[in-house]
Design a protein around this ligand. Structure first.
Ligand code: AMP
Ligand code: GLY
Length: 428
């Protein structure tokens, strides 16, 4: 079968890498892809915002299965487009339809969904310009820290947390009145602060059944010790020591099952990944957010830990046969360290030449923001390369990740040297 992956990040490189190992995989295409996917697949230089161009690629390259990586095309209805147009109707697709992608596309929608189906989450109220004064009052009734969330997609930057009441009110003004994230922040949720330690849990669902993928922990802040501004993710580890059998059973019973039941009850067309952003609050899972796709950089540690043939599993999901699948996992630990451009997550330059001092053996460099220009590999984004290491424990895996990092150079490269620090403290 020929496969098409939509996206250009480390997540898509890792998914491509895993699917390519399947004996069922004939040709594998990535649109638009990056410098790393170009080495193992065929990059298609098409604008993925143009759904007709995507459809044309599906027909021209005789694609049997499409995997939509990022949230934006999902929220914009790429899956509906593929499934309803005559020329692509039969293609298998991994990714929810637009109405279901609202579980990520609107935080108000997902909060209502969680409340309706009894999924544990922070209490919240939504405000807009018509009742912003009630928003100030609501903040006054809450205890700090104050959590404000833009309702719509804001590239991972839509959550503002502060201890200070007047700053929280100013943030509310900035989001709603100054339209900090445009229409995405026209409506804002003010929600209860959840305390605990975070982790990411992933499932693949066909809308009725699900398989649980390896869990992971990611490191969102730019600075060591989880300091400084948020980024797309600076590293990840899988497995996570506190996600033991007892905790994961609770996640399955209290979070995953009611969510999948809700998806089925609402008649949502959902065949794809669900990413649960969770807080472990003294052993109890609470949902911070849903994402309707895999996480990045979590995918770079999740994929290597899947032993089963991923393409076979994805085909079963797309054909509504996930109840027949038992997912086999690898027992080892995977870590990834994200190498970023100098200045990221603020302004940074692109186009710096990347050199590999020698062949990076013993670790897997998943490309995120790279491109090949005039036969030279160059930086092409904030997050540039995620170096994944595998080992019998986290220390060994991290050694391999950091050995890989040392072999990759460009002017201004930056990375966190403490990935896994909090798990180490917990004994991992
Ligand atoms: P999100 O964009 O929803 O993933 O939120 C970004 C980050 O904000 C999360 O990873 C959490 O660290 C934090 N966060 C979001 N909501 C809450 C909450 N209710 N309580 C505590 N932290 C939160
Ligand atoms: N690593 C967080 C995300 O993919 O949203």
């Amino acid at each position: 079968m020929n496969v098409l992956i939509i996206g250009s990040g480390g997540r898509e490189h890792a998914i491509t890498w895993k699917i390519k190992q399947s004996p069922l995989c004939e040709k594998i295409y990535v649109a638009p892809g990056n410098g790393g996917t170009k080495e193992i697949a065929i990059n298609l230089d098409i604008n993925v915002k143009d759904f007709s161009a995507v459809r044309k690629a599906v027909v021209d390259y005789e694609i049997g299965l499409v995997v939509v990586g990022p949230e934006e095309p999902l929220v914009n209805g790429m899956v509906d487009d593929l499934k309803t147009n005559e020329e692509t109707k039969g293609v298998l697709v991994i990714g929810p339809a637009q109405a279901a992608a609202k579980l990520e596309g609107s935080k108000e929608f997902s909060k209502d969904f969680m409340t309706k189906y009894g999924v544990p989450t922070a209490k919240a109220k939504t405000f807009d310009s018509s009742n912003i004064r009630e928003g100030y009052q609501f903040l006054e009734e809450l205890k700090p820290p104050y959590v404000l969330k833009a309702d719509g997609l804001a590239a991972g930057k839509g959550v503002l947390i502060t201890e200070d009441l007047s700053e929280a009110k100013a943030n509310l003004d900035d989001l709603i009145l100054n339209k900090r994230f445009g229409d995405a922040s026209a409506r804002v949720l003010i929600e209860e602060f959840l305390s605990g330690i975070e982790l990411s849990v992933f499932v693949l669902t066909d809308g009725k059944d699900f398989v649980v993928l390896p869990e992971a922990k990611d490191y969102k802040r730019i600075g060591e010790g989880d300091e400084g501004p948020n980024t797309g993710g600076m590293g990840a580890v899988s497995p996570v020591i506190f996600a033991d059998k007892q905790f994961m059973n609770k996640v399955v019973e209290k979070v995953i099952k009611p969510t999948v039941k809700g998806i089925e009850s609402e008649g949502m067309d959902y065949c794809g990944f669900i990413f649960f952003g969770l807080m472990n609050n003294s052993g109890e899972p609470e949902v911070i957010e849903y994402n309707v796709r895999m996480g990045d950089p979590e995918t770079e540690v999740v994929m290597p830990r899947i032993k089963s043939d991923l393409l076979e599993v994805l085909i079963a999901a797309a054909e509504g046969r996930l109840n027949e699948v038992k997912l086999e996992l690898e027992p080892f630990t995977a870590t990834t360290v994200v190498m970023v451009s100098g200045g990221y997550p603020g302004d940074y330059e692109k186009g710096r030449e990347i050199s590999f001092k020698k062949d990076v053996k013993g670790s897997i460099p998943f490309h995120a923001g790279t491109a090949i220009k005039n036969d030279t590999l160059v930086t092409n984004g904030g997050r540039v390369i995620a170096v994944t290491g595998l080992g019998k424990n986290m220390g060994e895996a991290l050694n391999r990740s950091y050995s890989g990092v040392d072999l990759i150079e460009w002017e201004g490269k930056n990375y966190r040297k403490d990935i896994g620090f909090d798990l180490q403290r917990l004994g991992q």
